[in-house]
Design a protein around this ligand. Structure first.
Ligand code: SF4
Length: 291
């Protein structure tokens, strides 16, 4: 029998692609600039991430979840565009959201996000709907809706205070969808800002925050995929994350840079003919796809 030629290792190619797209979405880590999608992540993990100056490459499970999230987002966007065309709604373009807080000392804290993860629909009568799509591994196991998701949508509603906010949660396993509707909540917005101020304070004073996720049963899942668990267990200072930066950069990816250049994520989205196809933007901006 003729020996078959060696086939490409497709699992490896997919892992490399997922890593590539993740790297493309990584955000600049500058103390003073924070992201709505992370406001309810473990404070200690966020502090280590900023101290390291880089988003640690996630493990394969998280990468797969991120890819699944992009696929479900595209599916929802396509469906809504199809519906909108016959119901007098249009999609607004990508809109940056910035909230700048100026402290007494002149210090500025910027909360920054982009609405490319959010679908904006505008009706002919001036009504606006902001749709945020989130995925969960299993609705049966998740406690829904998650406060972190509501708070993120609430940040975007700050930019559209009269809009209706819709949180759409998709089960990555079954494809089932649940919908929750909100208006802008100033109290929740202030509560989220308090968390961001705490993070800012710990970074500017080089103080290690408490191991928040370990102490909160609802957050403990974050520890299972945390790249900083070893540092955390030993209460190592934030400066150690900076010293070990290279360990968190592309960790788990052999060789770091794979040969060849997969198409950028945003081009892949364009290929899906998404109504959210983003307009070109200045380089250096972080992506809004991480949740
Ligand atoms: S191991 Fe858990 S508590 Fe520690 S930094 Fe990571 S997520 Fe936070």
């Amino acid at each position: 029998m003729e020996t078959a030629p060696p086939a490409p290792d497709i699992a490896k190619i997919i892992t490399a692609y997922d890593n590539y797209t993740f790297r493309e979405q990584r955000r600049p880590r500058t103390v003073g600039r924070y992201y709505p999608s992370e406001a309810y992540h473990c404070l200690r993990r966020q502090a280590y991430t900023y101290a390291a100056g880089v988003d640690p490459t996630p493990d394969p499970y998280v990468l797969s979840a991120l890819s699944g999230g992009i696929m479900h987002h595209s599916r929802v966007a396509e469906a809504l565009r199809w519906w909108a065309e016959s119901h007098g709604y249009t999609f607004a373009g990508e809109v940056p959201v910035h909230y700048v807080e100026r402290g007494a000392s002149g210090l500025e804290v910027t909360v920054s996000g982009r609405l490319d993860d959010v679908i904006i629909m505008r009706g002919g009568g001036g009504d606006t709907v902001v749709v945020e799509v989130k995925t969960v591994a299993s609705m049966k196991r998740a406690v829904l809706p998650k406060k972190a998701h509501i708070a993120q949508l609430n940040f975007y509603l700050k930019a559209y205070p009269n809009a209706l906010g819709v949180l759409l949660v998709v089960d990555r396993g079954t494809g089932a969808i649940r919908q929750y509707t909100y208006r802008f909540n100033p109290q929740l917005f202030n509560e989220s800002l308090v968390r961001i101020r705490r993070l800012h304070m710990s970074l500017t004073t080089s103080t290690l925050p408490e191991a928040e996720a370990k102490q909160d049963p609802e957050m403990q899942w974050m520890c299972r995929t945390c790249a900083f668990s070893e540092l955390c267990s030993n209460n190592r200072p934030l400066s150690d994350a900076a010293a070990e930066r290279s360990r968190f950069n592309f960790m788990g990816v052999k060789g770091g840079e794979e040969r060849g250049t997969p198409p950028p994520l945003r081009e892949a989205r364009r290929g899906m003919n998404s109504p959210l196809s983003p307009k070109p933007r200045p380089s250096g901006e972080g992506g809004g796809g991480q949740t």
